[in-house]
Design a protein around this ligand. Structure first.
Ligand code: GN1
Ligand code: MG
Length: 359
């Protein structure tokens, strides 16, 4: 605990801190809220950046600063009210940077946005606002001039993720390939691989652009106010050039799933078409100024790509001995794989309706 006070002390006066306690349930970074003496709501968020995942923290923070400054300036020009609640603000440390290194660990502090709410599930109405917001987010960044680095190279490149899986299968470092279920998943993943790599092929043919995307559009990465309006998009670590499929697909992977990401009961898992419809409506409005016909046509594909990719990533981590994602029990990554695979199958079954809704 003392250590957290010392770290926070690089950003704020440590004398003013009342308490630092855990916040949220991300699978990568560790997040805390900082309470200040005499206040009832948290004032700041302290985060330990997972340096094994984000190896270039300098690039990471430079991306985030470029994006938040750009959005802030646009909001100022548009006369948006309450800007500090609409875009994240990172504090400068005594080092002059927006992060500090302490015992080889990387830390940063941002303002806490008071009276905001996160959800693990949404109604169609909220899904519509979310679609609009992620669309607007991409739209706001179309004229960003500052270079945005690929902070995790090939992050949403499914060909690369499949290659990582094949490497894990070949190395089999802890012997998980002995499990028949693991072998079966590998076989099913290989069977679908060709059709799921469509995006990368079209990119090589010069038919698909990459744009600055959020790349982690899970439902819980959006703050709502008490009336259900979207306040602010958070968790900007993975903002980078990608296909728009990233933001569209990853939102539906969490929001249109009627079960949990790691639901042990596969019967809970269906693809919710009402959420799809509402989100798509909002997203198409938000992206109307730039989305190409091909990008639009492939949105249903995106809704299947992300559960597929997540199944590949969870299974890879399971085979590798759980070195990437935080887990709560030994088979957690396998349970997640099962759940994401089921969601993938459910989404694929909805492809014809998804396409008809789109047109
Ligand atoms: C990770 O940290 P969190 O939970 O927001 C992951 C995403 C996955 C997600 C699965 C950098 O996001 O790509 O989709 O878990 N982030 C990174 O829940 O790998
Ligand atoms: Mg998150």
């Amino acid at each position: 605990m003392n250590e957290l006070f010392t770290i926070a002390g690089h950003f704020i006066d440590p004398q003013t801190i009342a308490e630092i306690t855990p916040l949220g349930n991300g699978l990568i970074n560790d997040t805390f809220k900082i309470m200040v003496q005499g206040e009832t709501q948290p004032r700041y968020v302290l985060q330990r950046i997972n340096n094994a995942v984000f190896t270039d923290v300098e690039m990471l923070q430079s991306n985030i600063e470029a994006v938040t400054n750009h959005i802030r300036q646009k909001y100022e020009r548009q006369g948006v009210k309450d800007i500090n609640r609409r875009v994240l603000h990172f504090l400068k440390a005594d080092t002059g940077k927006t992060y500090v290194v302490e015992n080889e660990q990387y830390w940063r502090v941002m303002d806490f946005i008071a009276d905001s709410y996160t959800y693990e599930a949404v109604t169609p109405e909220y899904a519509y606002y979310a679609g609009r917001s992620f669309g607007d987010f991409e739209s706001l960044l179309t004229d960003l001039e500052a270079p945005i680095g690929e902070v995790i190279p090939d992050f949403h490149n499914i060909e690369f993720r499949l290659k990582q899986l094949e490497e894990a299968v070949a190395d089999d470092p802890i012997g998980q390939m002995r499990e028949v279920e693991v072998q079966k998943f590998v076989a099913k993943i290989r069977e679908a691989a060709d059709r799921m790599c469509l995006g990368e092929r079209l990119y090589r043919e010069g038919k698909l652009p990459k744009r600055i995307c959020h790349c982690d559009t899970k439902v819980n990465n959006m703050l709502f106010d008490k009336d259900g309006n979207v306040l602010c998009i958070i968790d900007l670590d993975t903002v980078m050039p990608s296909f728009v499929f990233s933001d569209f697909g990853d939102f539906l992977r969490s929001a249109a799933n009627t079960g949990a990401e790691d639901d042990p009961d596969l019967d809970n898992i269906h693809f919710n078409m009402e959420i799809y419809e509402a989100f798509t409506k909002g997203y198409l409005e938000g992206t109307a100024s730039f989305l190409t016909p091909l990008e639009k046509e492939l949105l249903p594909y995106a809704a299947t790509l992300f559960p597929y990719m997540q199944a590949v990533r969870f299974l890879t981590d399971y085979i590798n001995g759980n070195t990437y994602y935080k887990i709560r029990y030994a088979t957690h990554n396998l349970v997640r794989t099962r759940a994401q695979w089921r969601l993938f199958e459910e989404a694929e079954a909805c492809l014809p309706i998804m396409k008809s809704v789109l047109s």
